[in-house]
Design a protein around this ligand. Structure first.
Ligand SMILES: C[S@@+](CC[C@H](N)C(=O)[O-])C[C@H]1O[C@@H](n2cnc3c(N)ncnc32)[C@H](O)[C@@H]1O
Length: 238
């Protein structure tokens, strides 16, 4: 049966891939990976004879290549950064592959969202503080209008992907009070990870001073300063 595995590579640290994902990467005959985001160390751990960096390649270049190798009986792995379900652009690949008679399977990964939460030692949902997590992105080349002003009116944990080059613009669009805790995590789980903690009033300047322009998450919400409201024990421990 012709199959392609979509595998979540994790946020950067090559050990933050699932066991199942790692086995597939190691055994792959053909490995297609997002070179701009996936750690090259992970690509090096694969013995695949064919390794293709998909960065700046079109669907018409990648999909027929994966379909051809899968039909020839090769183990084809498509490696996406973090978890493939978040801003991973997998559905258009799956659609074309399945229409071409190739079965697709998805192996989840550790999103950079969770890599960043771990770097901050944060709990994204916290009793009495926030029971809701909003994940969003700003308008840009592939999104005409975003929902940032409206979504930020709720007092939730708020995470912005794909906005590292416009943190000030994003923060200015939000409607959080200026003293709301905020954080930026660059390259979560990579050796050059940067963790910045501040507030809505300070975080854009902090990110600019640190020279952060890519591969970062902006996170806002009271959970990023757990002492702010005092800690309420989870009912699990009362
Ligand atoms: C195309 S999206 C892919 C997200 C990925 N599927 C995930 O679950 O993390 C790329 C964006 O994810 C964020 N990102 C990816 N890796 C990151 C990391 N290690 N640390 C912080 N942010 C990261 C950045 O906002 C970047 O612009």
């Amino acid at each position: 049966m012709a199959e392609v595995y979509f595998v979540g590579a994790g946020p950067g640290d090559p050990d933050l891939i699932t066991v199942k994902g790692m086995e597939l990467v190691k055994k792959a005959d053909v490995l297609v990976y997002t070179g701009s985001l996936v750690n090259p160390e992970l690509v090096d751990r694969s013995k695949a004879q064919v390794k293709v960096d998909s960065h700046r390649k079109t669907l018409e270049e990648i999909v027929p290549l994966m379909a051809r190798h899968a039909r020839e009986g090769s183990l084809v792995v498509r490696l996406h950064t973090g978890d493939p379900s978040l801003y991973g652009a997998i559905i258009e690949q799956i659609d074309l592959l399945e229409k071409a008679g190739v079965t697709c399977r998805v192996i989840p990964g550790v999103s950079s969202l969770f890599g960043a939460a771990a770097a901050l030692k944060a709990q994204l949902t916290q009793t009495g503080v926030s029971d809701t997590l909003i994940i969003t992105r700003p308008a840009g080349a592939t999104l005409v209008e975003d929902l940032i002003p409206d979504l930020s009116t709720f007092n939730t944990t708020f995470v912005v992907f794909l906005g590292s080059d416009k943190i000030r613009e994003v923060i200015q669009k939000t409607r959080f009070p200026a003293d709301t805790p905020a954080a930026v995590v660059y390259h979560a789980s990579w050796p050059d990870e940067i963790v910045l903690r501040g507030t809505v009033a300070t975080i854009a300047t902090q990110a600019e001073e640190a020279g952060i322009r890519k591969s970062a998450l902006l996170m806002v919400g009271d959970v990023f300063d757990p002492e702010r409201h005092g800690l309420t024990r989870s009912v699990l421990y009362t």
